[in-house]
Write a protein that binds this ligand. Structure first.
Ligand SMILES: Cc1cc2nc3c(=O)[nH]c(=O)nc-3n(C[C@H](O)[C@H](O)[C@H](O)COP(=O)(O)OP(=O)(O)OC[C@H]3O[C@@H](n4cnc5c(N)ncnc54)[C@H](O)[C@@H]3O)c2cc1C
Length: 496
């Protein structure tokens, strides 16, 4: 088989432009033409402002420096996510899921030891926010960048979604991607089911041999044209609505270097710091609260800063299609699926899906022999992320609303997650259990420890553990280590 001559991508959201950049970057040398069509009448989702560390690899692949894209997108550094209010266990009312690095080796190991002691009923401090450097950097509003150098530091970003899309568009067009602003009105299919061409409203016919669906939740190619069934995660994840409300950032204030995801009565609220403003929002379930009540709750949470700010109301289709690559079409982004944004994983799944697609297509000399394996792999990635997100809800210890009680009581969880919870609670070999599930978990050992321990999932009765390092001792060490790192706001001016 030969490489495709022409790829048509429909959709100019973050998924469309990330895909256009990656495909053109990889295949320009093979003479593959890439066209992206986006509608001026159908808005992009306009949210999606936090990343995982994978986004660093995305920019490295494209050879784009932080100093090029970060100032253009009002971007800031992200050391991790803080979760206040998810647990009511004393000492665990707030915890952090940090990004990990070399400097964590010693205190991180002590955290694992303490968590295991505590799991087996011994009194040891085991809140991750006391043991990981990224948590301390965030506490001090520092960038994850050492004054001298930063070997092994891992971090992610916050950014303005609209500006990131615009930046990626300019870059893609620079790489030779053809950009058409028009609305696709009809999709033409061949007898064998393959897509043949799209017909935009302007009347043109645009033919291609490979099609990428980046059209958002509706899935113009994958769902509306090919009729691919959708596999909802509604039984596992109840949230189906979101509100977005930006608020001002005072120019004199420090800029936090973490996302804060605060549990409210019927879901959770995000706060994402940019250089120009805060992105805020509330993710909740329409089974438990009305949109109006959710908006009142979010306004109350944000306080005076939300005065006069309009709330955008969003619906979320949570789950995934069964096959992401079908016929000569691959779905990327919201069209392929979405897991609520608690761990800010959507852009990571976009990136991993495109990279895997390129690898599988090239690996079979541009044939379709690996289609089934690709679909299995991408489904496994989605299920891996889903289980980690579901675990937050399983582990919550709030008692204030039916929403939190129902989440905790929900038995519609995967066997894998049920088994992880069981081994943890029994004081069994958690390491072996994590290893048993291997790469399918998506999240590595430290993330699982931080989540289970951070929620305070421990026996209530405790015996003394004489040799455990205390939180106060660990915090003193972190405080010293953090002094070598740059203040976040002032370092952002260096990057620009
Ligand atoms: C509340 C919320 C919070 C989120 N937070 C995060 C986060 O923190 N981190 C993260 O990684 N992700 C997050 N996401 C997900 C993230 O926003 C999306 O994954 C990302 O923006 C990609 O969206 P998309 O490009 O697939 O779709 P969209 O942004 O919806 O873009 C769809 C595109 O398709 C075009 N289109 C549709 N129909 C046609 C047609 N007929 N003809 C031509 N063009 C058409 C539209 O014009 C548009 O350009 C969040 C999502 C939600 C809902």
């Amino acid at each position: 088989m030969n490489p495709p001559k022409h790829v048509v991508i429909v959709g100019g959201g973050t998924a469309g432009w990330m895909t256009a950049n990656l495909l053109r970057h990889r295949w320009a040398r093979l003479g593959v033409e890439v066209t992206l069509i986006e509608s001026a009448d159908i808005a992009t989702i306009g949210v999606g402002e936090g990343s995982t560390p994978f986004l660093r690899h995305f920019f490295r692949t494209l050879d784009i420096a932080e100093s090029d894209w970060m100032p253009a997108c009002d971007a800031t550094f992200k050391c991790g996510i803080r979760f206040p209010g998810w647990s009511s266990v004393p000492g665990y009312e707030s915890y952090v899921h940090p990004f990990f690095n070399e400097a964590d080796r010693e205190l991180g190991n002590q955290f694992f030891t303490n968590a295991c002691l505590r799991r087996r009923g011994q009194a040891a401090d085991a809140n991750p926010q006391d043991f990981f450097l990224a948590a301390e950097l965030a506490r001090q509003c520092r960038a994850p960048v050492n004054q001298v150098d930063s070997p092994g530091m891992d971090y992610a970003y916050h950014f303005d979604a609209g500006k990131l899309g615009a930046f990626l568009r300019t870059h893609a067009v620079g790489l030779g991607v053809r950009h058409i602003v028009d609305t696709v009105a009809r999709v033409e299919q061949l007898e064998n089911g393959d897509l043949a061409a799209v017909h935009p409203k302007s009347g043109a016919r645009i033919a291609a041999d490979l099609f990428v669906d980046c059209s958002g939740f509706k899935g113009l190619f994958i769902t509306e044209t090919l009729g691919e069934p959708f596999h909802p995660y509604r039984d596992n994840l109840f949230n189906d609505r979101a509100l977005a409300m930006p608020t001002p950032l005072a120019t004199a204030d420090d800029i936090p270097s973490e996302t804060v995801s605060t549990a409210l009565r019927h879901g959770w609220a995000w706060r994402i710091p940019l250089t120009s403003r805060y992105g805020n929002g509330y993710v909740y379930s329409s089974d438990f609260v009305s949109d109006d009540e959710a908006e009142r709750e979010l306004r109350e949470h944000l306080g005076a800063a939300a005065g006069g700010v309009e709330a955008r109301r969003l619906r979320m289709r949570v789950g995934r299609v069964k096959q992401h690559w079908r016929q000569n079409c691959v779905a990327i982004g919201l069209s392929q699926g979405f897991i609520e944004p608690l761990e800010a994983t959507a852009l990571m799944l976009i990136q991993l899906s495109v990279e895997q697609f390129i690898a599988d297509l090239e690996g079979d000399h541009f044939g379709r022999a690996r289609q089934a394996a690709y679909n299995e792999r991408v489904n496994a990635m989605f299920e891996g992320v889903r289980d980690y997100v579901v675990a937050h809800y399983q582990l919550n210890t709030r008692r204030d609303t039916d929403y939190w009680r129902a989440n905790r009581a929900n038995r519609n969880i995967s066997d894998r997650l049920a088994s992880l919870l069981d081994v943890w609670d029994r004081g069994g070999d958690f390491e072996a259990e994590l290893e048993r599930h291997g790469a399918g978990l998506m999240y590595l050992r430290p993330s699982w420890y931080c989540l289970f321990a951070g929620m305070g999932r421990f026996p209530a009765e405790l015996r003394a553990a004489p040799h455990a390092i205390t939180a106060a001792q660990a915090r003193r060490r972190l405080h010293e280590m953090a002094r070598a790192f740059r203040a976040h706001r002032s370092y952002l001016t260096v990057v620009s």
